[in-house]
Design a protein around this ligand. Structure first.
Ligand code: NAD
Length: 322
């Protein structure tokens, strides 16, 4: 019998990381989860800690990655991802995205492992091309407040491409579009946790800007499936992973209200600096090279997410989330 395949998941205690670790373990991989818990939580991997083959290492990837032994893949999810988090930790975000990514690339190179970089639709910035295809270079303000994240992720892509060219490293880049689902922090400031917690509380829903800006929302297990296909394939990317159903923020807010059964007023807040006006992935490349497409319909994904958030609330309001 062959040995068990072994993967490092950096940022494994985050929202996506927790789901990815669980999926990989279920698929028979051994998983080393490396996380400094800056935005992640033990809760996201609590159910995995006793699973054979799971190791949890509290560590900052900026200081190198002390993992020994053979590795089949290194997946880099380690970076604050919610605007609220990276605007609060701008320098840490730049460090994680630059020095941290380089340290993980060195680990992959030393072990001959495949490296998968979680990049983002934010590399397209406020896009001038719609929908966004992988050969579009983006429209990013390099000195705006969001640049720590957007440019950090662009650096990460450049680093993968350089390691591939210079060292023949086996790197694959996925550009992940807005993903939502159980496991997000209620207070992480992203669209779905905001809307769902506000609607469950029965209060007004806050919308930044006009609400006419669009988002394409992908359910977490679909995104994770795309990541696993990238880990198991050999495509260099970049490959968009996202749901191509595009809705305005106002439409999304109404679906959330509808599912929870409340009709509270919508309150407009000032638009966020450099907030993209449109977002919609062209996913034909993912379909062709990964055989991937999202499977979960928005209402079904939101139902599961609402149930998750409701379970963490006061029991008196929890039943609204079913
Ligand atoms: P998250 O904040 O929940 O997870 C990030 C994880 O990385 C956290 O557990 C955090 O503690 C850890 N981390 C941060 N800096 C670290 C460091 N220096 N050393 C070790 N660990 C560190 O965010 P998420 O939504 O799970 O996103 C995961 C990855 O996917 C991020 O790289 C993000 O850029 C990318 N991504 C996510 C989305 C999305 O919609 N969720 C979209 C595009 C890209």
């Amino acid at each position: 019998m062959g040995r068990r395949r072994r993967v490092v998941v950096a940022g494994g205690a985050g929202f996506l990381g927790g789901h990815l670790c669980a999926r990989l373990l279920a698929d028979g991989y051994a998983v080393v989860c490396v996380d400094n818990f800056s935005t992640g939580r033990v809760d996201n991997v609590a159910e995995l800690v006793d699973t054979p083959g799971f190791e949890l290492l509290e560590h900052d990837i900026v200081a190198g990655v002390p993992v020994t032994g053979f590795l089949d893949a290194v997946v880099n999810l380690a970076c604050p991802a919610s605007p609220q988090d990276y605007l609060r930790m701008p320098i840490e975000t730049l460090r994680a995205a630059s020095a941290g990514t380089l340290a993980l690339l060195e680990l992959a190179k030393a072990t001959g492992a495949r490296f998968v970089q979680a990049s983002t639709s934010e590399v397209y910035g406020d896009p001038l091309v719609h929908p966004q295809r992988e050969d579009y270079w983006g429209n990013v303000n390099p000195i705006g407040p969001r640049a720590v994240y957007d440019e950090g992720k662009r650096f990460g892509e450049a680093a993968c491409a350089a390691f591939r060219r210079e060292h023949g490293a086996d790197c694959g880049i996925v550009r992940i579009f807005n993903t939502y689902g159980p496991g997000m922090r209620t207070d992480d400031g992203r669209l779905i946790p905001n809307l769902v917690t506000q609607a469950l509380a029965g209060g007004p829903l806050t919308i930044h800007g006009t609400g006419e800006q669009t988002r394409s929302l992908c359910y977490v297990t679909d995104t994770v499936d795309g990541l696993v296909r990238m880990i198991e394939g050999d495509h260099p990317g970049p490959v968009n992973i996202g749901n191509a159903t595009e809705l305005t923020v106002l439409q999304i807010a109404r679906v959330v209200q509808d599912l929870i059964g409340v009709r509270a007023p919508l309150v407009r807040l000032p638009a966020m600096a450099d907030d993209p006006r449109t977002r919609k992935p062209d996913i034909r490349l993912a379909e062709r090279v990964l055989g991937w497409r999202p499977r979960t319909d928005l209402r079904e994904g939101l139902r599961r997410t609402i149930r998750h958030f409701a379970d963490r609330r006061d029991p008196a309001v929890a039943d609204r989330g079913t």
